[in-house]
Design a protein around this ligand. Structure first.
Ligand SMILES: *Cc1c(COP(=O)(O)O)cnc(C)c1O
Length: 388
């Protein structure tokens, strides 16, 4: 009966709004038709609002990692010195991609769960004035930390290096004004805050970044961003676009435009606070501080009960998925996603079910305490977040 009642509270992929699902069921049209060309060019234009940029936003078929790789291979030539800011699994991914393209990789590290220290970035850049690009993660999804990109950008701007930001699990949920903050490349994906299925990646580049792309020696073909920019001017793509996902994107942009970025950011802060206060009320440890926490995902841990048993109980009883830990945090922490198509009602449900799961997994739990804390946060939130 309830097989199709899927409660997906992992930090991506995330649930789809029904409007978006319906839009993606439209018949496929030829991607060189005038009608599709119009839809493509308009959605690309409207994405500028989400990126808070005047620059072109490029749309590629591929997962978020494809976008990260595109950023690397368009900017990095073999032997170039780059700096990767690394505080978790996705920071490490940037290190691996840069190494795969022959870069000479320096790292500024933060312990998993801590934010990157901008002063350390400044000091490293002062010591290595030949760094060509700095790679940073906005929300480090593996830990739930939101790294201080604005402060980092200020330090990088004082140098000749480009700043490339992985915003896959934050853009569209957390304020990241690309132009205002002087970010050179921002990369995101479809399946996190942007409420689409996996399969699209989006990139925007500053003028400075385009100059570097033009002079970069690394061989590239599908990921050559110059081809996407050129074809965008002709209102099309160099290769067959993911037509159905673009139907969905058109609908997603309507939802984002109707709610407005300020209210979207505020809603995610509310969801974050409801979740964090509930976790505290249940006397579970939070993995990050309030100051460092991302509005899109909350990490809980390290717990003294079997986290995998809890996740299994939630899946079995309610078809509710929460994420486990990655790498050395596997079995240690769990992560609750609250981004994209997620409302206060969803968080209240998740917390209520979490309490049942904790009980079933044999963890000490005072039933109702987390729900009550989340309700209190909701009721005292300064601006009503309604279901409209
Ligand atoms: C999800 C995610 C990615 C992209 O992963 P894919 O599986 O390739 O879509 C990249 N960076 C961060 C921070 C993410 O959360």
């Amino acid at each position: 009966m309830f097989q199709e009642q899927v409660l997906l509270r992992i930090p991506g992929p995330t649930p789809l709004p029904p409007q978006v699902e319906r839009a993606m069921n439209r018949p496929i049209t030829g991607h060189r038709s005038g009608e599709f060309s119009r839809l493509f060019a308009e959605t690309a234009e409207r994405l500028k609002l989400v990126f808070q940029t005047q620059q072109d936003v490029l749309i590629l078929a591929g997962s978020g990692t494809a976008g990260l790789e595109a950023a690397v291979c368009n900017v990095v030539s073999p032997g170039d010195k780059v700096l990767v800011l690394c505080g978790g699994n996705f920071g490490e991914r940037f290190v691996k991609i840069c190494k795969a393209y022959g870069a000479n990789v320096l790292e500024v590290e933060a312990s998993w769960g801590d934010p990157i220290d901008p002063e350390l970035v400044a000091a490293t850049l002062a010591e290595h004035p030949d760094v060509k690009a700095v790679f940073a993660t906005h929300c480090e999804t593996s830990t739930g930390v939101l790294h201080p990109i604005r402060e980092i950008a200020r330090r990088v701007q004082a140098t000749a290096a480009l700043l490339i930001v992985d915003a896959v699990s934050s853009l569209g949920a957390v304020d990241l004004p690309m132009d205002d903050w002087g970010l050179d490349i921002v990369v995101t994906g479809s399946q996190k805050a942007l409420m689409l299925p996996p399969g699209l990646t989006f990139l925007a580049l500053s003028e400075r970044a385009w100059d570097v792309v033009a002079n970069n020696r690394t061989p590239r073909f599908y990921f050559d961003l110059r081809a996407y920019k050129k074809q965008l001017q002709a209102r099309t793509t160099p290769y067959t676009p993911a037509v159905s996902l673009l139907y969905g994107l058109d609908e997603v942009l309507k939802l984002i435009e109707a709610e407005g970025l300020p209210r979207i950011f505020d809603r995610h802060l509310l969801l974050q606070k409801m979740t964090r206060r509930a976790v505290q009320a249940l006397e579970l440890p939070l993995f990050t501080t309030d100051e460092a926490a991302s509005p899109t995902v909350t990490s809980v841990g390290v717990c003294d009960f079997d986290v995998e048993k809890l996740r299994q109980a939630l899946r079995t009883a309610f078809n509710l998925s929460v994420a486990g830990g990655q790498q050395h945090l596997k079995g240690q922490i769990f992560r609750i996603g609250h981004m994209g198509y997620c409302s206060p009602a969803d968080v209240l449900q998740t917390i209520a079910l979490l309490e049942v799961g904790l009980f079933q997994a044999g963890a000490p739990v005072a039933l109702g305490r987390g729900v009550r804390a989340a309700q209190e946060v909701y009721l005292t939130h300064k601006e009503a977040v309604t279901h409209g």
